[in-house]
Design a protein around this ligand. Structure first.
Ligand SMILES: O=C[C@H](O)COP(=O)(O)O
Length: 271
């Protein structure tokens, strides 16, 4: 179990903004600077609620320079990595490069990688291992499409992804993992899985981690929900027992909106 707690949660909540293929390296600096100022003005405590951004690869050097230069507490990660460490893999990015750029996290198996790029569980298993080889924490993304959801097979489908992608991973590494549940039908569509849907799947994933490892490992893994999260629905989702954070796409490009998601506790207290 993580040491830090905000009183209501056993695990430090993680609010993650995935910028996807948006923001060039100049825009990225402006966005991150505004986010840092907004959160600083609001006296955000980054130890209570961790904030991470996932910019495009070409932005990472600028983000690193800003974070280090201004001593920002926002952490960051890559949107993908190669299962290989180096070599003739044109267009791919090694975890070593991300690590050298100060990344803490890396997304693995985002639904857009699985669907658009046809990434298989076998490949993702290699990416999870590569992340750990380079000291990065993988944010493993899992979730079902609309057809699977409508057929009622969403829990088994998602758990099968978890089992396949974590195959061969030992308990010590698994304990540091972050898993994001993203129902594909709720991504960028405005459709949002309800808090109960998010809790159902996160509880099922946690139970699966008990089976795969043990209760200690399972209770330390942070489970995020992703899919059309906004300031208006984040607090209700984050109130759920097994939901430890959110992976935000579109709304993370709007500083005020994202800052309000980060400050979800404020909404919990005032609503
Ligand atoms: O990585 C983020 C998820 O794909 C959710 O994206 P969205 O918030 O734009 O629906």
């Amino acid at each position: 179990m993580t040491a830090s707690t905000n009183g209501k949660y056993d695990r430090t909540p993680l609010i993650a903004g995935n910028w996807k293929m948006n923001m060039d390296h100049v825009q990225a600096i402006t966005l991150l600077q505004k986010l840092a100022w907004t959160l600083s003005d609001a006296r955000h405590d980054f130890k209570r609620v961790e904030v991470a951004v996932f910019p495009p690869f070409t932005d990472l050097r600028g983000v690193q320079t800003l974070v280090q230069g201004d001593d920002l507490e926002v952490v960051y990660g890559g949107q993908d990595l190669s299962p290989h460490d180096s070599g003739a893999y044109t267009g791919d990015i090694s975890g070593q490069f991300l690590s050298r750029l100060g990344c803490r996290y890396v997304l693995v198996g985002h639904s857009e990688r699985r669907t658009i790029h046809g990434e298989s569980d076998e490949l993702l298993q290699g990416k999870v291992q590569a992340a750990y080889r380079h000291g990065l924490v993988p944010v493993l993304c899992v979730g079902e499409g609309l057809e699977v959801r409508q057929s009622g097979g969403h829990v088994e489908h998602t758990l099968a992804q978890v089992r396949a992608d974590l195959a061969g991973l030992d308990a010590e590494h698994a304990a540091r993992l972050v898993i994001a549940y993203e129902p594909v039908w709720a991504i960028g569509t405005g459709e949002v899985a309800g808090p109960a849907d998010a809790q159902e799947m996160c509880a099922a994933i946690r139970a699966e981690l008990v089976e795969l490892y043990d209760a200690d490992v399972a209770s330390g893994v942070r489970l995020l929900y992703g899919g059309s999260v906004k300031a208006s629905n984040a607090a209700a989702i984050l109130r759920e027992r097994d939901v430890d954070g959110v992976l935000v796409g579109g709304a993370s490009l709007d500083v005020a909106e994202f800052a309000n998601i980060v400050r979800f506790e404020h909404h919990l207290l005032t609503n």
